[in-house]
Design a protein around this ligand. Sequence first.
Ligand code: GRF
Length: 217
Amino acid sequence: MPFTKSEKIGSDPISRRIGVLISGRGSNLQAIIEAITAKELNAELAVVISNRPDVAGLEHAQKAGVENLVLDHQDKAKFATREDYDRELVQQLKARQVCLVCLAGFMRLLGPVFIEAFPNAILNIHPSLLPSFAGINAQYQAWEHGVKVTGVTVHLVTAELDGGPIIFQETVPVLDRDDADALAARILKVEHQLYPQAIAAVLDGGWRVDGRRFVRA
Ligand code: GRF
């Protein structure tokens, strides 16, 4: 039975509460913050959580006055197992009534404990046209492979790495003069446009997941 989110939920502020998970630079987080500030994205950023301390993304949250916390996965005294860590993440997000979780450079695999707690309510952004070049260094993989077009994918998160239903994709041409860094920089600009748009589309409802397909009404 396909999951359906067909009702329009825009009038209910609770259902527009998002949480963003980061591990580093946080430029996509900053793009989300700016889209909310500019009222291009009707969402409430309830919390930012990093699995690493002292990362630049946390400063973006602090500057914007957004609640932020570190859950350090390497803290084995607190988190003996992956499940312990995932349970704590779920608890922190649910305590803030987060309805949609946005992974923004969160460099940690999430297990079933987490994924089942937010069914079809976890998004990820990936710097390639999935299913090509899943995994890390996708921009470099694409450049090295010699494709002429790559891009950006926003997708729902399932147990399969970079494998959930695709919400939006946008292409980015690979130029002959590109090195991997130049290509990655152009891809990143597109990420910053596409992620807030995809979050808005998901929050607005009127979509369903049919097999692998994310379909808007
Ligand atoms: C982005 O390229 C994103 O697509 C990937 O990780 C990177 C995170 O960058 N999942 P930032 O932390 O948002 O700047």
